[in-house]
Unconditional design. Sequence first.
Length: 342
Amino acid sequence: MARLTEDASCATCCTLGGVPVRVAGALSAGCGMMRSVTGRLMLLDTASLYFRAYFGVPESVRAPDGTPVNAVRGLLDFIDRLIRDHRPDHLVACMDADWRPQWRVDLIPSYKAHRVAEEHETGPDEEEVPDTLSPQVPVIEEVLDAVGIARVGVAGYEADDVIGTFTARARGPVDIVTGDRDLYQLVDDARGVRVLYPVKGVGTLQITDEAALREKYGVDGRGYADLALLRGDPSDGLPGVPGIGEKTAAKLLAEFGDLAGILAAVDDRKAKLTPSQRTRLDEARPYLAVAPKVVRVADDVPLPDVGTEVPRAPRDPEGLRTLADRWGLGGSLERLLTTLTR
C-alpha cells in the first residue's frame, strides 16, 4: 500500500491518561514553503521505523478488538525514547507520499520493481506490505496528527527526499533517524548532520558520523552515494556496475575522488585502472549517466509551511483519547505524553 501525508490543527485544554494537556495551534501542512528551523532538528524516516517496530514488537500486542497494534505502540515507544535521549527542538515524521516515484523508474525501470504489490496507471503503485501492518499505518498517521508531531510527505517524492530537503535547509544540527543506509549520504560533520541507525530493533542506535563512515566504508557522506550506485543495491533494484563491489568502489573513490573522476580515468589510458575495471566501467556508462539522479536524495522538494517544534501538549486531546481507547495504546501513549510535558 502507498503511504501518504499532510495535516491539521485545533486548540483546547484537557487531561489524557492522567497527564495534563494544553494544546497549541498548528498550521496545516498544505501549502507554502517550510519555516526557518534553527535548534536541533530530528527527522524520522517513518516507514523505515514502523517497519522495524512491526518486526521488533510481538504481534500479540493488540487493540481491545484483537487487531494487532504492535507497529503503532512500538513506534510511539521509539519516539518517546528518541525525545528523552536526544531532546530535539524540532521533530518531523517524514512520509513516503510516493515510495517509488515515476521519475526514478523512468531512469532505472528496475528501481524497487520487486517490491510492487499492485501497479496503477494513475497514482503511486502499491508496495508489498505485511497484511497485519497495512491497517496500522492509518492509525499511526492519526495518532501522530493528534499528538501534534509534524507529518510531512510531498506528492512525487519519497521520505528520503523530504529528509534531504529539510536537512539542506536546516540552520542547526540535524539527527536523521532511519534504518536505510541510503541516507548516510547526508552525513556532514561540519554541519552537524548525523544518522541515528537502529541496530537492534528500535532500542539500540548506532550514531553515524563521518568518522564512522570512513572506518566502515572508506568514504565520507558526500562519497556514499557514489559508492552505493557503483556497488548497486538489490534491495532497491539498483544493478550497480558488474564486478565492482563495495571494496573496489571505495578504492576507486579514494584514488579518483568521485564518480566524475572515475569516468575521466576510464578515458585516461595512464590512469591506474585494471583492464577489466576499465571495460566494466565503460560498458556501464548508460547506467552511470542516470544512476546519480536516482540514488542521490533530492534537496529541492517543495516543503509545506508546517510547524516543526516538538509539541509540549497534544494538538487534539479529545481525538487522541478516542484513539487511545479504540486501539488500546495505553502506556506507550501515556509515556510519550509525559515526556512531551517535561
